[in-house]
Design a protein around this ligand. Structure first.
Ligand SMILES: [Zn+2]
Ligand SMILES: [Zn+2]
Length: 306
């Protein structure tokens, strides 16, 4: 059993007026507050209400921004009065995710929870990596899995369309929109001018970066991550969309960009292994020192398989 009694969300500050709002081992949402308002970057899985958590934490009115339209980043959208997404995500968000995708994710969650007990024991004995950011919670007792699987596109306000270069003013602090396609055509990152946070969504992740989806584009991913690496000097902290290592040092941006560059250039020294993604689809995982990248079952470039 996982430890009882802990809330579904784990909230902790990462910088002045900025918090990780984690669904540990699932999605990392990020709350950034200015003087007048706060923005919640991604609204999570929709397994528990996230708006009350964001408002209680920031003490301010909170608007939502989705880093992209995927259901695990927009699950709480209906709770908010104002939601924004990149212009290419407006239609995708309205279309929603098929129940089969949510069902696959729920099966993945149950498999993860079943494995967590033995993982926790090994971690306590040997590895010491499992923090509150990462330690998965049991599904809440009131969670209606059937209804969640069948739920359609997020209701709520029509999203405002964001564009590259748009600036979201929080009062004494701004978030600048960077359109970073690759994971999906509508993926965006946000750069916080005041404290140098880079909020990466699924463009920057700490475990496998998902580049295997039908809407993913490796060349776009390489261009977008190279652009982010170029900003590293102004970044204090990289904030990522999934998994237990929610934050990384700015140097990580160069690691990610270099990994994508090696993939798209067909570097034959890249190592691959067979992996299954969270939809239980067999994919190939390109393995690098600090990260890995999931790609389709077919080689992505000029057959880099050894
Ligand atoms: Zn995604
Ligand atoms: Zn995601």
């Amino acid at each position: 059993m996982t430890a009882p009694g802990r809330p579904w969300f784990h909230v902790r500050p990462v910088a002045p007026g900025a918090w990780l709002v984690a669904e540990p081992s699932h999605v990392n949402s990020w709350l950034v507050a200015g003087r007048d308002r706060a923005v919640l970057v991604d609204t999570g899985l929709g397994i528990e209400p996230i708006r009350p958590v964001a408002e209680a934490t920031s003490g301010l009115p909170v608007e939502a921004v989705n880093t992209h339209h995927h259901f695990d980043h927009a699950g709480g959208n209906a709770e908010f009065d104002a939601v924004a997404v990149h212009e290419r995500g407006v239609g995708l968000l309205a279309a929603g995710a098929p129940p089969s995708e949510r069902a696959a994710y729920l099966a993945h969650t149950r498999a993860l929870l079943a494995a967590a007990g033995s993982y926790r024991a090994l971690d306590q004995r040997f590895f010491h990596l499992l923090t509150d950011d990462a330690d998965p919670r049991p599904l809440p007792p009131a969670f209606d899995a059937e209804a969640w699987v069948r739920s359609g596109p997020p209701a709520g306000p029509t999203p405002r369309a964001l564009h590259d270069g748009d600036v979201i003013d929080l009062g004494g602090r701004t978030l600048t929109v960077l359109h970073t396609p690759g994971h999906s055509p509508d993926s965006l990152c946000l750069f916080d001018d005041r404290d140098g946070l880079l909020l990466g969504g699924d463009t920057l992740n700490s475990g496998p970066i998902y580049a295997q989806g039908p809407e993913s584009d490796l060349e776009d991913f390489a261009r977008s991550t190279a652009r982010l690496a170029g900003l590293a000097r102004d970044v204090s902290l990289v904030c990522m969309g999934h998994f237990g290592r929610g934050v990384a040092e700015p140097r990580y941006l160069a690691d990610v960009a270099e990994a994508f560059e090696r993939l798209v250039s067909g570097d034959r020294s890249v190592e691959f292994r067979v992996q299954r993604d969270c939809d239980d689809v067999e994919v190939r995982e390109a393995v690098f020192g600090q990260l890995s990248i999931l790609v389709g079952a077919d080689p992505p470039a000029a057959d880099p398989v050894r």
